[in-house]
Design a protein around this ligand. Structure first.
Ligand code: PSU
Ligand code: MN
Length: 311
């Protein structure tokens, strides 16, 4: 029945049938997270990084009402060109976009859902959505966090950016039983910079160990995701103060303009990009590359675990 909604590309389908490593990639980052044409260049480069590190990339989006897993270059270009004109699809939106037969870019939450339907357990992104600053009154908490609580996909991200309340984001994840793993770090990274002053639950230094932990969680029948926090490389990181100044300023502008809901994340990303003269975009691109590389290595190790235990 699900096949009716799912469309898997030949490359991804072959990898899945042969139980080869696959990495899921989201498309909101392409359509809403970065400007054209850098978004398209980045999305294509990310796919090649995944391939170079031994896995098959599966960029996910909803195209003409189908849950597309593995996009063609033409489809990626199309999404990138349309940019913010494409609907940003989170969990609540999926049935509507499918029924209408239209196209949408998938967030971390909806990409996790589709990856899980397609049986892809490893997913790379830039940063997850989280608890927004001021959530005590706005109640703006990204649906990404509930998805991590419920859907069995591991998400590799560079932490979450300081447009969010990182402390509350970690509290929320703790409440819902989502493990936060620092890859080669004791600190939860703050997206553009390696440090946030906040800790992770576990520090893991080896990809094989990480794959074994994921295997153990799911083999136990425990549903839900794992957040793998992979800090941006030192050479690419931004100075904590300068980036936070831009973030504060962008948040003030958003408040003045009354921007809320699903529009706030893309708005802030664009403003921060302008305020830092593109430096935040460069850092964003590099950290996505770094995450794609790690996710591919985890997918390779996880495929070995599966074989070993016939999972
Ligand atoms: N964080 C980024 N770049 C992004 C996003 C988050 O650094 O492009 C996107 C992701 O797709 C994420 C979504 O799932 O924003 C979260 O949106 P919201 O807060 O509306 O749930
Ligand atoms: Mn929100």
């Amino acid at each position: 029945m699900l096949n009716h909604y799912l469309k898997i590309s030949p490359e991804v389908s072959e990898a899945l049938t042969q139980r080869k490593p696959v990495v899921a990639l989201e498309s909101t980052i392409i359509a809403h997270g970065m400007p054209y044409p850098k978004n398209v260049e980045t999305a294509l480069a990310v796919e090649n990084i995944v391939r170079k590190n031994g896995a098959t990339p599966a960029t996910i989006a909803i195209i003409d009402g189908k849950l597309c897993t593995g996009l063609s270059e033409k489809e990626i270009r199309h999404l990138g060109k349309l940019g913010q004109k494409v609907v940003k699809v989170s969990r609540r939106d999926i049935p509507f976009i499918l029924s209408k037969g239209i196209t949408g870019a998938t967030t971390v939450a909806s990409t996790m859902i589709i990856a899980s339907i397609a049986k892809i357990p490893i997913f790379a992104t830039g940063g997850i959505g989280g608890v927004h600053r001021g959530a005590e009154s706005s109640m703006d908490v990204s649906a990404d966090l509930q998805e991590l609580a419920n859907t069995s996909v591991a998400v590799v991200s560079a932490g979450a950016k300081a447009i969010l309340d990182l402390k509350l984001t970690l509290e929320y994840l703790e409440t819902f039983g989502v493990p936060v793993v620092g890859f080669k770090t004791d600190e939860f990274p703050a997206f553009y910079s390696r440090t946030s002053g906040l800790g992770v639950d576990y520090r893991i230094d080896k990809v094989d160990e990480l794959a074994h932990i994921l295997f153990t969680k799911w083999n136990l029948g425990m549903k839900g995701g794992v957040l793998i926090a992979n800090p941006i490389l030192k050479k690419d990181q931004m100075k904590f103060n300068s980036i936070n100044q831009a973030i504060d300023e962008a948040i003030l502008i958003a408040e003045k303009k009354g921007i809320k809901g699903k529009k706030i994340t893309p708005f802030l990303l664009e403003k921060i990009g302008k305020l830092t003269e593109g430096k935040s975009l460069d850092a964003n691109i590099q950290l996505v590359y770094n995450n794609a590389k790690l996710a591919a290595k985890i997918a390779v190790a996880f495929a070995k675990e599966r074989k070993k235990y016939n999972f």
